[in-house]
Structures are given as structure tokens and as C-alpha cells.
Design a protein around this ligand. Structure first.
Ligand code: PNS
Length: 164
């Protein structure tokens, strides 16, 4: 069984990678599917996010990255995936995630949403938190892969002088 793991990934965090890594143990193939969202102005272009994710998953032989427009269920179908994989960090994620899962079920009855509980150490983490810390000059190298931290420092600010 194959899964897609859809999201914005602007940028990919260690929390996302936790879900991908564990998803790769459960599914034959996991496609990280980046939504091309016309309603958002991302920090990183689609090409940059594809490159960042490609490097972050290079050690995972059954993970791959792709972009998509439109509906997640259509992306699942075009990637021969029967499962939409999502992470749940905290209870407040649940309401929106359940709504999306039910909506997707009405759109494609044969595609299941599977939730993994994000590992405790990343339960606070989101791409927005990473960007907020970086914008105010804080360190992010404990939140994202090293090469992504470098990209963020280049885009947002200089790396912090003191990084305990
Ligand atoms: O990383 P995000 O922003 O939490 O990801 C949200 C995403 C991309 C999974 C969600 O917005 C989505 O599935 N968008 C595609 C449009 C769609 O299929 N909508 C129907 C389900 S509500």
C-alpha cells in the first residue's frame, strides 16, 4: 500500500520528517506531496521546497517528493496511493484534520486517511513557528534539517551569533 503525505512544507520541519520516517516503515512508498497553493505566499518557492525535501529524505529509499495542484484525493489517485497520511500534534489539530478526512472520504470513498501521533518532542513544532523564530533572529537548527536551517538564515536573517 502507498501513501501520500500532503502539506505546504514551507519549510519541512523535523516534525514532518518524523512522520515521513515512520510512514516509510508502514507503507511501500510515501510521496511527500507539496500543495501549490495560490492563496499563500510561501517563504520558499516550490522548486526550493522540492530540493530541501529531496535532500532531507535522501536516506529513505521508499520516500519521494512531488508537487500538486487541486484536490489531495486526486493527487493520491495519480500517485497510485490508497492512503493520505497526516500527523496529529495536539488535540486542537484534530478538529480540522477530522473535517478534512471526512471531506476527502466524500470525494473518494476508497481512499483512507491515516493519522500518526507526532512524536512528543515535536508536538509544538510547525513551519510557522520556525519562520517566526527565524524572523526575530532566533536559532532554528534544532527544528529543521541543517541544510534547511542554512536556507532559512539566508532568506530571513543572519544565523544567531550565540547558539547554545
Ligand atoms: O501543511 P498544511 O497547510 O496543513 O496542509 C494542508 C493540506 C495541503 C493537506 C490541505 O489544505 C489540502 O488537502 N488541500 C488541498 C485541497 C483539498 O483537497 N481540499 C479538500 C480537503 S478539505
Amino acid at each position: 500500500m502507498n501513501a501520500i503525505y500532503p502539506g505546504s512544507f514551507d519549510p519541512i520541519t523535523l516534525g514532518h520528517l518524523d512522520i515521513v520516517t515512520r510512514g516509510c516503515r508502514l507503507f511501500e512508498q510515501v510521496t511527500i506531496a507539496i500543495l501549490r497553493n495560490p492563496n499563500k505566499t510561501p517563504l520558499f518557492t516550490m522548486e526550493e521546497r522540492i530540493a530541501q525535501i529531496g535532500e532531507a529524505i535522501a536516506h529513505l529509499p521508499n520516500a519521494r517528493v512531488a508537487s500538486f495542484d487541486g484536490l489531495t484525493v486526486d493527487c493520491a489517485k495519480s500517485n497510485q496511493s490508497q492512503v493520505i497520511l497526516r500527523g496529529l500534534r495536539v488535540l486542537s489539530d484534530f478538529e480540522m484534520e477530522l473535517q478534512m478526512a471526512h471531506t476527502n472520504k466524500t470525494l473518494a470513498e476508497d481512499i483512507e486517511t491515516v493519522f500518526l501521533a507526532t512524536s512528543n518532542e515535536y508536538s509544538f513544532l510547525s513551519s510557522s513557528v520556525v519562520k517566526e523564530v527565524a524572523r526575530f533572529g532566533g536559532p532554528v537548527d534544532h527544528l529543521v534539517p541543517a541544510h534547511v536551517a542554512k536556507d532559512i538564515y539566508q532568506r530571513c536573517c543572519a544565523p544567531p551569533a550565540l547558539n547554545p
